[in-house]
Design a protein around this ligand. Structure first.
Ligand SMILES: OC[C@H]1O[C@](O)(CO)[C@@H](O)[C@@H]1O
Length: 323
């Protein structure tokens, strides 16, 4: 069982984190707009899994992302951004489908997205990807790859390989009904995955979409009942609830200025994982996640650069075994 006052022991591996999921273009409206009425949008590097790889890299971790892009200008732009940051691109697969795009409103609370999915889920379990899974301490994935084939089967293979290699497995249930094909039961699919991962971090909005509007405590209990080892439920200005099934703690939000909420959850994950890699206790890693997320909330789109104070000191040793 995870202990909230202890660090998590991670196996020594050359890479800190591999994220699997969407690498796409976010077209964010220039003006605040809750009704998708804006005429002007700007292009941003986006996608939850990709943002996480970029953010953890900027926090000093050795990160890699696995996704698929189209053979087009947007795909080239995204790949170039990764290369410029020194993130390996050997797990970026190039397909005939167009690079995925999300048109999204600039928002201080819940951005409104419209999804145009092309390449992102055309992800196959290649020898490069298998190698990357074996080489990493943490494997993280989002709802997007489990929503469509062939990425869904690829995630199945990644989970088996990650478990065999002793990696910590994190899952972002960033559920949205619109990312599933019509007629498919996305909620059942998400539920079936939760028992197979170590850490899950739903936002209150994700949980409401998955289970219907309910209290944070009831949502937390549902994720634990489904078999997650550690659940972190983020609640915007109301902070986060953390539980390992036995202990439950509340952590305050530290956000002071909210300019744009897009990617705030991805920034939280990045801070949290950075804390784990640097052997902070789970609770301190959650607090660090809150700080990184608060920093991201001050700008539009993903963070370009974090100040030095967000670079945690060298690894402290002496963590406890996970189970
Ligand atoms: O991944 C789906 C969407 O979620 C975000 O990562 C924000 O959390 C966006 O960049 C992307 O459009």
């Amino acid at each position: 069982m995870f202990r909230l006052d202890h660090p998590v022991t991670l196996k020594e591996k050359p890479c800190d984190i591999l994220t699997v999921g969407e690498l796409l273009i976010d077209m964010i409206s220039e003006a605040y707009d809750d009704a998708v009425n804006s005429n002007t949008y700007s292009r941003f590097f986006g996608g939850s899994a990709a943002n996480l790889a970029l953010n953890t890299n900027k926090l000093g971790l050795r990160s890699r992302v696995a996704s698929a892009v189209g053979k087009d200008g947007f795909g080239a732009f995204l790949t170039r951004q990764l290369e410029q940051e020194g993130i390996p691109t050997d797990c970026i697969q190039v397909t005939e489908d167009a690079t995925s795009i999300v048109v999204i409103t600039k928002s201080r609370s819940t951005p409104q997205p419209i999804f145009y999915r092309g390449a992102d889920f055309q992800l196959n379990f290649t020898p490069e990807l298998e190698h990357a899974v074996k080489q990493t301490k943490i494997v993280h994935f989002s709802c997007w790859p489990i929503s469509r084939e062939p990425a869904r089967s690829t995630i199945g293979q990644i989970l088996s390989a990650a478990r065999a290699a002793g990696a910590l497995i994190g899952f972002d249930p960033n559920y949205h009904p619109a990312i599933w094909n019509k007629g498919e039961d996305g909620v059942a699919c998400v539920k079936s995955i939760i028992g197979q991962v170590d850490v899950v971090k739903p936002s209150k909005d994700d949980a409401d979409r998955l289970f219907g509007t309910d209290t944070p405590d009831n949502h937390l209990a549902r994720f634990l009942d489904l078999g997650a080892g550690l659940v972190i439920l983020t609640m915007g200005a109301d902070g986060a609830l953390v539980s390992n099934g036995k202990d439950k703690l509340h952590v305050d939000s530290v956000a002071t200025e909210v300019v744009d909420a897009t990617g705030a959850g991805d920034a939280f994950w990045a801070g949290f994982y950075s804390g784990l890699i640097h052997q902070l206790s789970l609770l301190d890693a959650v607090k660090f996640g809150m700080e990184v997320s608060a920093y991201k909330l001050r700008c539009v789109g993903p963070v370009r650069q974090y100040p030095d104070i967000y670079q945690l000191a060298d690894h402290k040793h002496g963590g406890e075994q996970r189970s």
